[in-house]
Design a protein around this ligand. Structure first.
Ligand code: HEC
Ligand code: HEC
Length: 251
């Protein structure tokens, strides 16, 4: 009899402990459903020291720290000066022509979107910094650009006649549909109000008009969707007139 009672007592204790463990597991289970995977990931990964900043402010810092300006021209804030180096395309208005998905994928794996790309991968950036970078570059829109009409400052190597011809071609060839100069034009391509001050050589301008991607990448460029069309059917005279006009857009 005595032995049996001790047995009951042990059984009670085992039941109590068992219930306790179950309850604990239950709470953990509910918690794991409650916190969705994204939130849980953030709990385990040390938050970036930039986390407290506004998303665009954070994107701007990442943009500067990641060295994007060593290859790209951009304005860091609306109406600000054009800064950076003209190795890759100008990023003015790029937010109008590339969506968030393309931008993110392009930072992680530029070679996948543009085979032979000279742009380096930013896959090493923490996910929240990549998001901030995407949001910041997506905000590059016409509001960043100057809206005054440019003064034509013709470099000595070109003639007035060439520049006027180039200006007329800019309208007749549809360039204006994609590019803004002063107050008029489209926003698919970069603002060209100061195209002559972008640091591009005459040869670069000529080659870019004939085959835009060829100035940016090594390797095969056929079949890659690129937003600027080729103007390789224009005569050399017309192409040089366009170059003359572009290089006169300096002030
Ligand atoms: C080593 C030079 C280099 C660096 C650094 C670089 N890029 Fe690029 N980028 C390029 C080149 C060249 C292209 C043109 C296409 C290609 O080759 O990928 C390009 C293309 C782009 C495009 C597409 C432009 C268009 O007209 O559609 C975007 C957007 C872009 N880069 C953003 C960035 C950002 C943001 C950074 C920094 C995180 C960066 N790039 C760093 C060289 C660079
Ligand atoms: C369908 C839209 C479209 C048309 C039409 C177009 N462009 Fe572009 N252009 C772009 C885009 C997008 C870029 C950015 C990518 C690049 O640099 O190739 C660009 C880039 C440029 C640049 C480089 C600016 C810089 O310094 O980074 C110049 C110059 C230019 N275009 C001139 C012209 C001229 C001149 C014409 C007409 C003969 C023209 N474009 C027609 C879309 C267009």
């Amino acid at each position: 009899m005595r032995g049996e009672r001790r047995y009951d007592w042990l059984l009670g204790l085992a039941l109590f402990l068992g219930l306790g463990v179950l309850a604990f597991q239950g709470i953990a289970l509910v918690q794991s459903f409650w916190h969705m995977p994204g939130v849980r990931a953030e709990e385990t990964h040390t938050p970036s020291p930039l986390a407290q900043l506004d998303r665009l402010e954070r994107g701007k810092l990442v943009f500067q720290a990641a060295g994007c300006l060593s290859c790209h021209l951009a304005r860091l804030e609306p109406g600000g000066p054009l800064v950076g180096f003209p190795i890759g395309p100008s990023l003015s208005n790029v937010g109008m022509r590339r969506d968030e998905r393309w931008l993110r994928e392009h930072y992680i794996n530029p070679h996948k979107l543009i085979p032979g790309s000279k742009m380096n991968s930013y896959a090493y950036l923490p996910s929240d910094e990549l998001d901030a970078l995407v949001a910041y570059v997506k905000s590059f829109t016409p509001t960043y650009e100057p809206a005054e009409e440019p003064k034509l400052v013709i470099p000595e190597r070109f003639t007035q006649e060439q520049v006027e011809r180039g200006k007329a071609l800019f309208a007749s060839q549809g360039c204006v549909g994609c590019h803004m100069i002063g107050k008029a034009g489209g926003v698919i391509g970069p603002n060209l109000t100061r195209a002559g001050a972008h640091g591009r050589t005459d040869q670069w301008q000529l080659q870019h008009l004939k085959d835009p991607l060829s100035v940016y990448v090594i390797g095969p460029t056929d079949g890659i969707p690129w937003p600027m069309p080729r103007y390789n059917t224009l005569s050399d005279e017309d192409l040089w007139a366009l170059v003359a006009y572009l290089q006169s857009l300096r002030e």
